[in-house]
Unconditional design. Sequence first.
Length: 158
Amino acid sequence: MSTGTTSNHPPPARPPENSVTVLSISPIEADHVFLRNVFSPSNWRVHGVRSRREALAWLRWQNAPVVLCEEALPDSGWKQVLREIASLRDPPELIVTSRLADEALWAEVLNLGAYDLLMKPFDLTEVFRVVSLAWRHWKNNWERARIPPLAVRQALSA
């Protein structure tokens, strides 16, 4: 039922048939360039922004199942991004990137609910593997959320 108000959420994300969009949040242009180069042979697109604020404005109107976020941003950090994307309709998987990646940061990233941590400088194979797995995890969750519970399916088929 419509209340006549507009939603602050982007349209529901769909598992992409032909293209996957990855959002890269980093003040370092070389990060965006590297990621675009990694995914250029595929049907994946990388959109780069420099700050948390830019990312959230973009995510209000676009969907990205995977977000890569530099540990420290000019206007906050990855934890604030994680908190804010959690309120989106189909929250993306967050992958934190850092030159100072260590076991303590990795444990914190996982314990707070981000998908994974990627060490910089980036390794092409590792980036492709982690981003692909994050997308698959997001897609599985998206599909599971849209399957009615067994009781509803049984009632509909009766």
